[in-house]
Ligand binder design. Structure first.
Ligand code: 26Q
Length: 832
């Protein structure tokens, strides 16, 4: 460590007298010019978008820094209870537009850039997305920290500073190819390294017992290979409230004494090269959004995050409280974003016992009152499990502790259900079998005082199914926290036309109190308001159409209905069902069945895990269908289809405001919540969806007359298993039969017959877990209702307005208030 902490030193200069930075457009112009010349070392010949962006970003950052310092001081002074959001993913997207909005600098920045003759939109586009997440779970973490800052809750996000984020998706000949996302290449203005807070993380080695000075028998972890964790802090501004919270991301680095053995043997280059292993830990985000079992590097990442973050919290604790941990649980809470950081449970136990010499019972009392776990999946195959041998090799001391947690836990089970050996086997944190496995979800439940699902249906199904045994044991731990999204990014920032219209109609309160959108209800009945609403939607559709033309070479007419499905590609999300409908529309056009036709532009986007064969096949199918449909002159404007490449946060910022129809069509009981559904709703899209995840709550809020419902319920899905006969369903449905014939005769794979046979076989399989065929008919009918509804623009606009009007529940401000009321119990920290 090179930078020594100076917390007790007398300040050499007084930072309270640093002159404040102004907030006028004139101040911004000055800042930009100063950074351009002095920070970036540029001159008049070197004006490029890149440097202009950087100069503006530094100027905005200056304005964050002061509030950040004040927030840290206020939080330190308050010395109240705090929460830490532990997540392997934070899908932040771009920072600049959000910072400008939350600092209240939007108009001044626009004026400043105008004065400088620079296009602000172009500058904003220069910023690379921080894509440190796969999808829903990672973006949820980003929305959570935004809302916590706005609510002034003392919550710190802890994650990993991946050198490479989510891969960039290229579409070559209709198929996905992956390219590494070196998002830090041009530097990252939004992070500040804090090497003074580095931590040492142990891997490998072995455990041994020893007697301490008092003669007490203790355990320690010896001969470990240490890795350094270096924190990089990103400011998280609240909405115009002076609060700036912190997202702390860890980068791994080798220690200086790394592989001294080899070094002493004289092989200096080899020794330095072997630093790689340490530096690899934070190199790349795993691009799977359902668990990938058994990858050692992934387990290293998980422990690296858990250990560094807990040590960081304990460092601050000990600085203030010494070795007295009696109030630790009263003052600290870790929220585990799925099981990914769950090794934290054992790591906190280890630190309390091995490093601070607490007894087991005291350490357990603290740990199990400090941890809280959020589950994000209903798919049993996605529950995380790790081979015991891997754990033992990488984290021997941690495995010992997990065994002990399990032994004591199973004793409790045996007490409550004497003689029920089968129950003990089912509930054991260690799964027996050829290869013993650690069941991370069970460890998380045993070690937490709160366990929550992310939508009401999901939480209900968890306690009825996957976690039923644990619910029987600890019903009081289980609760629901329905997800949300931040309306700052997902309306105020990305949909300026609609935001301006709402502001002039009901004021700006909705930006921090989304339920105020309810005041829009009477305006849905006013023709003048509807006309303005339509103009906003149109402007947004024109913007998306330009982007689609640019990246896909296909012209979307803003007069058509924009029908959108963007999310990770997964069989359970049923992009396939969407494609079947598209083929059906194409077939209707070819048959001339086009009376009262509604023109449609279908956009499908999303990344497939690189090793997920079926997901990649689905992308290829969408591309091939698009190719045929878009180039058939008989089809013309009636139907356009694109696969939108490299779907990401900044793409959604353009897509959501332009969408008319939001596709939320997962097999009921499989999508834990969904959050894209909420972004679309807020931006005035109608949903076509199943009774799954948060769709149910969306429909409850907006009313069934404003939602296109179809498909089996979760209960019906379960009841269908065992007697499902898709081929019979297809044979009995003329439309479906024709769609399958087009697929099976190679109409969309002219040069590669049989290309899509895995897909057609999956649809026809009686073991298709996603029941695509079962929902085809009701889906097509719901689509027809949507198409007809779109023709009555007056009524469609009313429904669109109602979707925004009744989206108040789906703000993460509400979600965070729920977490805080039931789980965290933090006092907001008011500033000034
Ligand atoms: C685990 C182990 C090894 C490698 C990867 C993983 C892994 C990574 C990411 C497993 C799962 C994920 C992501 C899951 C996810 O995004 N789930 C979604 O979470 C959203 C927020 O709660 C919900 O809205 C979605 O329904 C849910 O699918």
């Amino acid at each position: 460590m090179t930078t020594k902490s100076t917390k007790n030193a007398t300040p050499k200069y007084d930072i309270t007298n640093v002159p404040p930075v102004g907030a006028t457009s004139y101040d911004l112009v000055n800042g930009i010019q100063r950074h351009f010349v002095r920070t970036l070392g540029q001159d008049n010949r070197s004006h490029s978008s890149h440097y202009n962006y950087q100069a503006l970003a530094f100027t905005i950052r200056d304005r964050l820094m002061e509030c950040w310092k004040d927030s840290r001081e206020a939080s330190c002074e308050a010395d109240g209870r705090r929460a830490y959001y532990l997540s392997l993913e934070f899908l932040m997207g771009r920072a600049m537009g959000n910072a400008m909005l939350n600092l209240g600098l939007d108009e001044q920045a626009e004026q400043a850039m105008h004065d400088l003759g620079i296009d602000l939109e172009e500058m904003i586009d220069e910023e690379h997305d921080a894509g440190l997440g796969n999808g829903g779970l990672g973006r949820l973490a980003a929305c959570f920290v935004d809302s916590c800052a706005t609510l002034q809750l003392p919550v710190t996000g802890y994650g990993i500073r991946y050198e490479y984020g989510m891969f960039r998706q290229l579409i070559k000949d209709g198929a996905q190819a992956e390219e590494p996302d070196h998002w830090l290449r041009n530097g990252n203005i939004w992070e500040i390294a804090r090497p003074e807070y580095e931590q040492r993380i142990h891997f490998g080695g072995r455990t041994e017992q020893y007697r301490d000075d008092a003669g007490v028998l203790r355990c320690r972890w010896v001969d470990a290979n240490d890795v350094l964790a270096i924190p990089y802090d990103t400011p998280i501004p609240g909405y115009q409230n002076g609060t700036v919270n912190t997202l702390r991301l860890w980068k791994s680095a080798a220690t200086d004494e790394f592989d001294l053995g080899e070094f002493n043997a004289g092989s200096y280059p080899e020794s330095v090269a072997s630093k790689n292993e340490a530096e690899h830990i934070s190199m790349v985000l795993y691009p799977n959004d359902s668990s990938e079992n058994g990858k050692e590097l992934r387990l290293r990442q998980q422990y690296f995050l858990a250990s560094a973050s807990i040590k960081d919290v304990i460092r601050r604790w000990v600085e203030k409280n010494g070795n007295d941990f009696s109030q630790f649980a009263a003052k600290n809470c870790f929220q585990l974003n799925d099981t990914h950081p769950t090794v934290s449970v054992a790591e906190l136990m280890r630190i309390l016992m091995d490093e601070y010499h607490l007894e087991w019972d005291d350490a357990w009392e603290i740990t199990s009152k400090t941890m809280a776990y959020t589950n994000h999946t209903l798919l049993p195959e996605a529950l995380e499990r790790w081979p015991v041998y891997l754990f033992g090799r990488l984290l021997p001391r941690v495995l010992d502790i997990i065994y002990e947690i399990n032994a004591r836990f199973l004793t409790e089970v045996a007490k409550q259900w004497p003689g029920d050996v089968e129950r003990q086997r089912r509930m054991s944190i260690i799964e027996e079998g050829d290869v013993q496995q650690v069941r991370m979800a069970y460890l998380a439940i045993a070690g937490s005082y709160s366990v929550n699902g992310v939508a009401q249906l999901h939480s209900d199904l968890l306690v009825e199914g996957l976690f039923a045994d644990f619910y029987a044991m600890w019903p009081e731990k289980f609760n629901n926290k329905t997800n949300g999204v931040t309306q700052r990014r997902w309306m105020a920032m990305c949909n300026k036309p609609m935001s301006a219209l709402i502001n002039e109609t009901i004021g700006e309160g909705w930006v921090t109190k989304l339920s105020e959108l309810g005041q829009l209800a009477p305006y849905a009945e006013k023709a003048a308001f509807r006309k303005k609403w339509a103009a906003c939607k149109r402007q947004n559709k024109e913007r998306l159409a330009e982007v689609v033309e640019q990246v896909c070479g296909v012209r979307f007419s803003p007069d058509a209905m924009f029908d959108v499905q963007v999310k990770r590609i997964h069989e359970y999300k049923r992009q396939l069902l969407n494609v079947l409908h598209v083929i059906h529309l194409y077939d209707r056009i070819k048959r001339g069945d086009t009376a009262n036709w509604t023109n449609r532009c279908v956009l499908i986007g999303g990344k497939a895990a690189p090793g997920y064969y079926m997901a990649k096949q689905i992308i290829k199918l969408v591309s091939n269908v698009a190719e045929v449909v878009n180039n058939d002159p008989e089809v013309g404007d009636k139907l356009k289809v694109v696969f939108f490449p490299n779907y990401r946060v900044s793409a959604m910022e353009i897509i959501a405001p332009a969408t008319d129809l939001s596709e939320q069509i997962s097999t009921a009981g499989k999508e834990a919540s969904g959050t894209g559904n909420m972004k679309f709703m807020m931006n005035g899209a109608m949903t076509i969806g199943t009774l799954d995840g948060a769709n149910i709550e969306i429909r409850e809020e907006v009313g069934e007359e404003n939602f296109f419902l179809f498909g089996l319920t979760a209960e019906e899905v379960e009841a269908t298993r065992g007697h499902y006969d898709p081929s019979a369903i297809i044979a009995a449905d003329e439309d479906f039969k024709r769609v399958m014939e087009l697929l099976e005769c190679g109409h969309f794979s002219q040069f590669e017959p049989g290309l899509f046979s895995s897909i057609t076989h999956a649809i026809r399989g009686s073991d298709d877990p996603w029941l695509v065929a079962a929902d085809f008919r009701t889906y097509v009918d719901a689509q027809q209702r949507a198409a007809e509804a779109y023709q009555d623009q007056k009524s469609w606009l009313r429904m669109s307005i109602f979707n925004t009007t009744y989206s108040g529940k789906f703000s993460t401000d509400r979600t965070m208030e729920d977490y805080n009321r039931d789980i965290w119990k933090l006092e907001p920290i008011k500033l000034k």
